[in-house]
Design a protein around this ligand. Sequence first.
Ligand code: NAD
Length: 499
Amino acid sequence: MTTYAAPGQPDSLVQFKSRYDHYIGGEWVAPASGQYFENVTPVTGKAFCEIARGTAADIEAALDAAHAAAPAWGKTAVAERAQILNRIADRIEQNLEMLAVAETWDNGKAVRETLNADLPLAIDHFRYFAGAIRAQEGGLSQIDEDLVAYHFHEPLGVVGQIIPWNFPILMATWKLAPALAAGNAVVIKPAEQTPASIMVLAELIGDLLPAGVLNIVNGFGAEAGKPLASNKRIKKIAFTGETTTGRLIMQYASDNIIPVTLELGGKSPNIFFEDVMAQDDGYFDKAKEGFTMFALNQGEVCTCPSRALIQESIATDFLDAVVERTSRITRGNPLDTDTMIGAQASNDQFEKIKSYLDIGRQEGAEILIGGGVDDLGGEFADGFYIQPTIFRGDNSMRIFQEEIFGPVVSATTFTDFDDAIRIANDTLYGLGAGVWSRTGNIAYRAGRAIEAGRVWVNNYHAYPAHAAFGGYKSSGIGRENHLMMLDHYQQTKNLLVSY
Ligand code: NAD
């Protein structure tokens, strides 16, 4: 086991600045308001730096810089843009441990996740879109003897991006890599709960991009997010966050008739058919790991498998087994590589999860394990730690219908295939789902019948850059990852030419 030194200690891999300005036009720019807000690490609950508090004036300054940079960036040869993206990936890779510690300190998540998932996925994302943009081809078709149709890809120009706090660097990467590859200049607003690690990333990669191509304005949703999302000078707004905020973003965008990508909330069903326990051949162990994915990233994952649906015939044995497995999830200092789950990202989130633990009890759900806070004591006493919790109840309860966004799973039973699909689809959301069955026909039919954009079959929570990701229903509009993402950041120009 390695325990990384906490930022602030002399031997830490990362030393945050005491104050971060906005990153605009390749420079560090003080907020127009002169105001900064405190940024707290969830690991100890203590403030560790100040962050520029953005307002409409800062957004306008960032848009000025982006508009100045966009025309030349959009005309840069595709091979050169791809090379820059690859250099960004290399730079992140060379500093992976440092960024992993920065992300853990800012967000609270376990360093084993940032080291092995968040940062490697971010690196791969830049490399994937560096390759994708080079592989993209225009189209030419002969309509008749005298008429030819050409199709060209053009960047949109200047785009706005707003991201949440649960995977700060990875969510930034999901948006930046395709937008930059396609030749757009970007103004991005990180979440106010986790603004610092992205500024460390900007310090690291800023010099690789022409000034003004990447601009970062921090601040709160109403003060900095709204002036960006509702701005007439952006050609697209890409947003990841809550469904209620997504509705507002879509309203702003409708005034300007610009496209939106909305990656919103989820309440993902994870379905376990009775044959998962049929033999003692290791498959059930894999399924149990899939079940415990509810606690991954402290449950702060839009696709958290927060509803477990278990076939009635195996429910008692299955639940005993997953309770035992959950009891072995290691908790503790997020900077220890042995720790599986760390701290919730903010005090607000901590309080929200605690309120849902009370709601579950009041609704009459049975707590099979957990149900409270984790007091780690010492320097972590004021951190935001929650016990992994399994409720057993009914799909009509609020703990089954509302996004808790903590290490909490609500388990229920189903009788047969149709009942499983009925319960799985009885939700506002349609982002992710899991299906576990040794029987190919059952797994396939369930995967097709669930109303969700991503269904993991016999696994859970892989996020390869080349698999399309996005929501059905109230979970969003559009897709991220995959080649198709380039279409979301480009215009298609058609020339119909007679010779
Ligand atoms: P949130 O909607 O509160 O905030 C997200 C971002 O929007 C923040 O940067 C915030 O400052 C900004 N914002 C808030 N109000 C705004 C407004 N009026 N105008 C413009 N910007 C505004 O969401 P959150 O609590 O930070 O994130 C958690 C949510 O994100 C969960 O619902 C989760 O499911 C969702 N999420 C979805 C995905 C996905 O890919 N579908 C991925 C991660 C998280």
